[in-house]
Design a binder for this molecule. Structure first.
Ligand SMILES: Nc1nc2c(ncn2[C@@H]2O[C@H](COP(=O)(O)OP(=O)(O)OP(=O)(O)O)[C@@H](O)[C@H]2O)c(=O)[nH]1
Ligand SMILES: [Mg+2]
Length: 315
């Protein structure tokens, strides 16, 4: 077993920091690390917080950490900082807000960049979660700004997703980015003390009322919070837990894990296959001539000429 894996499993904070960096940098030791971490997959409840910039996600996460710590849970936090102009000071903001927890041995907080490919962000998030599960986290909180598709994709690794909305921010149900309403398990109306909160709640209730099909038979609850005042946190966590129990007891969690396992595996197979094709295209003489010289053939004909060399692909 890789020495870092052993130390992570023992709960060594410096080791988890190192492991996450190695994973994020796609280090060559990554494969061995993951082999050590994978047996711990599924131990933690992974909770995603998404929503517009400034909705109060970090403030909520900070309050949820405090709440969970009071009940003795070990907590991991991954904040995805997209390299989009939206999150100007987000990184610093997150650090300042959550810094009070950073000396707590039961909390590990990590901000990760979204550099690299879009697909890579999802993959390394998933892999970092395996490491945090091996580290012994009971709950892992994931924060992303729900502006881009890649941040939405990140949320597919969460067991429970909270969409954080705020009154009077133009953050209305009708204008919400397509896809974001569908992935939310719990709707959070944060800054509920501000005017417009009642209207936003009503708007959400109407939308839910019109909804004909509930994903995984789950009726999405709406929770009101005031993150800065620490109000509604207990209820929020109660709904998160209720959702987790729901998907666990009805077999949805097992189903999702199967699906995820298949997709992660296929992605690796596809990546290896694409690499093989590119390498062969660069070296195989007959492929090269089809690709570069035979300009008479349209791309369909040209591709068929190449695919004939791969007899297990039926044309
Ligand atoms: N009035 C009020 N302000 C809040 C509440 N929750 C958060 N805020 C404030 O809203 C601002 C943004 O909060 P953040 O927690 O940084 O929001 P965020 O969603 O993490 O923002 P990004 O990470 O930049 O997307 C901060 O100034 C908070 O103090 C709340 O319940 N009421
Ligand atoms: Mg934030």
């Amino acid at each position: 077993m890789h020495p870092i894996v052993q130390r992570v499993i023992q709960g060594d904070k410096r080791a988890i920091a190192r492991a996450l960096t190695l994973i994020e940098n796609d280090d060559e030791s990554k494969r061995e690390l993951l082999q050590g971490f994978y047996p711990y997959a599924g131990r933690a409840h992974i909770v995603g917080f998404t929503g517009s910039p400034g909705a109060g996600k970090s403030t909520l996460v900070d309050q949820v950490i405090a709440y969970l710590r009071a009940s003795g849970k070990k907590v991991g936090v991954l904040a995805v900082d997209p390299s989009s102009p939206f999150s100007g000071g987000a990184l610093l903001g997150d650090r300042v807000r959550m810094i009070r927890h950073s000396s707590d041995p039961g909390v590990y907080i990590r901000s990760m960049g979204s550099r690299g490919s879009l697909g890579g962000l999802g993959r390394s998030t998933r892999e970092m979660l395996y490491a945090l599960e091996a580290y012994g986290c009971d709950v892992i909180l994931l924060e992303t700004v729900g502006v881009g598709q890649s941040e939405l994709d990140v949320m597919t690794v969460a067991d429970t997703v909270a969409l954080v909305l705020t009154p009077g921010s133009g953050d209305h149900v009708q204008t919400a980015k397509a896809g974001i309403m569908e992935i939310a398990d719990v709707f959070v109306v944060n800054k509920q003390e501000l005017p417009g909160a009642d209207a936003l709640v009503r708007e959400l209730q109407l939308m839910l009322h019109d909804k004909r099909q509930y994903r995984e038979d789950w009726k999405n609850p709406i929770v009101r919070t005031s993150a800065t005042a620490g109000e509604g946190i207990e209820q929020l966590w109660a709904e998160m837990t209720r959702h987790y129990e729901h998907i666990r007891t009805h077999g949805y969690l097992a189903q999702r894990r199967k699906q995820r396992h298949m997709e992660e595996t296929m992605k690796l197979v596809e990546t290896a296959f694409a690499k093989y094709l590119r390498a062969r295209a660069a070296s195989d003489e007959s492929w090269r001539s089809v690709l570069m010289d035979d300009l008479q053939a349209d791309p369909y004909i040209a591709s068929e000429k190449i695919l004939r060399d791969l007899p297990w692909i039926r044309l």
